[in-house]
Design a protein. Sequence first.
Length: 158
Amino acid sequence: MKLRKILGLSLCAFILGLGVTSCSDDDDDKGGNGNVELLGTWKHSKTAAEVEVTNPDIKDEVVKAIEEMTDNVNNTYVFKLDGTFQAKKSSVETEGTYKLKDDKLTLTTDKDSETLLYKEKVISSSTDVKAAIAKQLEIDEKEITKAMLIDTFSKITK
């Protein structure tokens, strides 16, 4: 009888232990060490423009103005295992935390938050520059349907 009790308790303990260890967190929210591919230093690699205009004659001028307005050549991001990041943009350094959920990379500092796109091992940021470009080129903003500055960052170190 004693042996049966010991075996019964052992079986219950095994089943309970198995049940507890089989539970996992299947949340896709990957902050910090949740995505090893993100860790390391990322440097600005390309600037592009997404432009839609009502007057096709001004499209090339708008694209050129967008591509010339950036000084992102030396911009970098460094993502660390502990879920923190450092960024250098236009000689201004910031730091904060990051979270990756699906293809959205959210960077949070004590002042604000920014969402980038992380897809196919590339980080991209998009900025709506429609009003600034219309003002710079002295054209009616209604002639520009869409003017987006797209900066792409590629990984340079692990």
